[in-house]
Design a protein around this ligand. Structure first.
Ligand code: FAD
Length: 283
């Protein structure tokens, strides 16, 4: 039985920090438009060791400054306890009380793993340094993290993050609801008792989606890939098909008890807003 049903449903949106002035301007517009949907919060991604780390802080500050709740992603690989403590302090200072805690991936060229090896150690550190100040979300992989030796070990490792003090989880995106519900069942066997919120990637472009999915280990089912491929440069057909497929996916997830949805917006209003309206989440 799916115990996820007992949690209050929560809907959130994810941004990445813009790299250019034009990108920043675009994000301001997207933020204003998506804020009308009243998501629970906006999360902002973080690049391990890269230049987007400051971008995350600045974007989070801007979102908070406009009166909306923001949750920075924080990855620990290659970092030190002192640096993470400093970042936590700077987020506390601007009123942030949510964090998406991750291991992250080593940037190419970087060798030292730093003082943290896995996300469970980061969650433990945040709790030991700041108590219950932060609502902590962690990452979950219904189709298995690409570096995990097998699904059972990956679920056991996921359970470690939960036991270290996470409040909720957001999944990698997927297009197969069975993977999600099977993962939830496996988690229950490890006494995991927190909301596991499906991450939703709208479909708007096949080549980008394929490249990204290959990188992060998300499967595009053959029937979806074949159809998208057949549309070639016909953007309208790709978007219409993508809307249908992803709306159905979200509806099935919600009907069967998923405790909300987290939208990977790619800093665009259109795809997320369309899904939101089609699902009637604004009512
Ligand atoms: P972990 O939970 O540490 O897991 C990583 C691997 O190690 C897994 O294979 C796991 O099975 C194994 N493992 C975990 N703990 C242990 C342990 N104690 N002992 C042995 N093995 C263990 N990346 C970014 O760079 N920036 C972002 O902003 C970002 N946001 C994300 C948001 C979401 C919702 C998701 C799903 C992913 C995001 N990622 C982001 C990608 C993420 O950083 C990568 O998938 C990364 O490879 C793993 O991070 P994690 O926190 O899941 O790691």
């Amino acid at each position: 039985m799916n115990t996820q049903k007992k949690f209050t449903k929560q809907f959130s949106c994810e941004f990445f920090p813009p790299k250019t002035d034009k990108g920043a301007e675009n994000l301001r517009t997207t933020l204003a438009e998506l804020a009308e949907l009243k998501p629970s919060y906006f999360s902002v991604t973080f690049g391990a060791g890269g230049s987007t780390q400051e971008g995350t802080f600045d974007t989070v500050k801007e979102i908070q400054g406009q009166g909306y709740a923001a949750a920075p992603h924080l990855s620990c690989i290659g970092s030190t306890k002192a640096k993470i403590r400093e970042l936590l302090d700077s987020y506390i200072a601007i009123g942030v009380n949510r964090i998406v805690a991750l291991r992250g991936d080593m940037p190419s060229g970087m060798r030292e793993t730093g003082e943290f090896r896995y996300a469970n150690e980061l969650v433990e550190f945040i709790r030991s340094e700041t108590g219950d100040h932060f609502h902590i979300e962690v990452a979950a992989y219904p189709e298995m993290h690409p570096q995990a030796p097998n699904m059972q070990k990956d679920v056991a490792n996921f359970a470690r993050k939960v036991k270290a003090g996470a409040n909720a989880a957001i999944t990698q995106y997927f297009y197969n609801t069975d993977a999600y519900f099977r993962f939830v069942d496996d988690c229950e066997k490890h006494d995991v008792d927190l909301p596991i919120i499906p991450g939703i990637m709208p479909i708007t472009n096949y080549s980008n989606l394929k490249r990204f999915s290959d990188m992060c280990g998300a499967e595009i089912p053959r029937w979806i890939g074949k159809r998208l491929e057949s549309y070639g440069d016909d953007k309208e057909s790709i978007i219409a098909f993508g809307e249908d497929v992803v709306t159905e996916l979200c509806q099935k997830l919600l009907d069967q008890g998923a405790p909300g949805l987290h939208f990977y917006t790619m800093n665009q209003t259109g795809p997320t807003r369309t899904l939101w309206h089609k699902l009637g989440l604004n009512k």
